[in-house]
Design a protein around this ligand. Structure first.
Ligand code: PMP
Length: 368
């Protein structure tokens, strides 16, 4: 059976080349006599896999030496709590809410702030909820606290399809904390603009179960004494993400994805392909004379997650059934916004995106 065209939001498509290499190495990793899944995380083989994955990620993203790279578990959702736990320390933090994920991060921080040191609190610096999360806030709407412990943003809202373009990331004088789960590694990024970057792996990095945290060393060591050891970034950094057993197979797969990305020309190389892919789908939507619509402001439309609705929702089921027959998977939109969503992460080939665009154009012609 052939592999189909996968537009899932996550867990999502992985590069076929990477899956084949993992398959080849599955039973006996490079003469070690066992699978990566079966080897000690403290053995020299796995330590080499981890070190290489970190070095390759540092090279791809240009991560300076004063940042630690942590390979953790718990998903991006755990970071919603772990960030205030480590960084709030009796102060206030600002949140900009531009979609469901930054809203969840804000609510989780609100939930745990009262249990942290006295004076710990979170503030809503801006929200675009009233605009149904279809745009970014303009400068006048953002009320920043110059003394905030950090400012939290989600640079790509996976459900609403709102992406903060790199040039709109301004220095506000406080550490910027970014949830990059659904667009990390899709374009070059200036890591130095951020205090902390985090991402669940299951979109652009590898399989689920691995969570990446890139943190400036100045933000280490602020967790309260009562913080669970495992959740203390400083302890994780001191122990090279090896305080307990890390998600070894996920790290190995991430390492293969990093090598694949290098062959694709690094982040600048993959960005060029991602631009082309996104342009094809937005053109299919915008040129459909209203048959399909995407509600997001053109200046912040995501290149990774493209939600769209059909003008006649009674055709939704037919669209999805025909798409499935055409080998197009994972197009059903998130339940909170309805309609469709095409997630076109790094590993979704340009060819698959062409097939989807052709399908959308043809469906609109036949049913419009
Ligand atoms: N943040 C964003 C932007 C996401 O897209 C997701 C998952 N879809 C999460 C956080 C939650 O990630 P996890 O399932 O890894 O906890």
């Amino acid at each position: 059976m052939a592999r189909l065209h996968n537009f899932s939001a996550g867990p999502a498509a992985l590069p076929e080349e990477v899956l084949r290499q993992a398959q080849e190495e599955l039973l006996d990793w490079r003469g070690s006599g066992c699978s990566v899944m079966e080897m000690s995380h403290r053995g020299k083989e796995f330590m080499a896999i981890l070190a290489e994955a970190e070095a390759d990620l540092r090279a791809l993203m240009g991560i300076p030496a004063q940042y630690k790279v942590l390979f953790l578990q718990g998903g991006a959702t755990q970071q919603f709590a772990q960030i205030p736990l480590n960084l709030l320390a009796g102060r206030s933090a600002d949140y900009i809410v531009t979609g469901s994920w930054s809203e969840k991060a804000f609510k989780e921080a609100q939930k745990i702030a009262p249990s942290l040191a006295q004076g710990s609190s979170v503030r809503l610096a801006a929200t675009t909820k009233a605009s149904h999360y279809t745009r970014l806030p303009v400068a006048e709407e953002i009320k920043l606290d110059p003394f905030a412990a950090y400012l939290h943003v989600c640079t790509n809202e996976t459900i609403h399809g709102v992406e903060i373009p790199a040039e709109r990331i301004a220095d506000t004088g406080v550490p910027l904390v970014a949830d990059m789960s659904s667009h990390i590694l899709s374009r070059p990024v200036n890591v130095e603009k951020f205090g902390l970057i985090y991402a669940g792996a299951q979109k652009n990095i590898g399989p689920s179960g691995l969570t990446l945290v890139i943190i400036h060393q100045d933000l280490l060591g602020m967790a309260p004494l009562c913080a669970p050891t495992l959740l203390d970034y400083a302890v994780q950094a001191e122990n090279g993400s090896m305080l307990n057993t890390p998600p070894t197979f996920g790290i190995y797969m991430a390492g293969l994805v990093f090598q694949w990305l290098q062959k694709e020309g690094g982040l600048a190389g993959i960005e060029a392909v991602n631009r082309e892919k996104a342009a094809l789908i937005y053109a299919a939507i915008d040129d459909s004379q209203g048959f399909y619509t995407n509600p997001v402001d053109p200046d912040c439309r995501s290149r990774m997650n493209i939600p769209f609705v059909l003008a006649r929702p009674e055709l939704d089921a037919e669209f999805l059934a025909e798409a499935k027959t055409a080998g197009l998977l994972g197009l059903k939109g998130h339940k909170s916004v309805g309609g469709m969503r095409a997630s076109i992460y790094n590993a979704v080939p340009l060819f698959s995106v062409r097939v989807l665009a052709d399908f959308m154009n043809d469906f609109a012609r036949r049913k419009g």
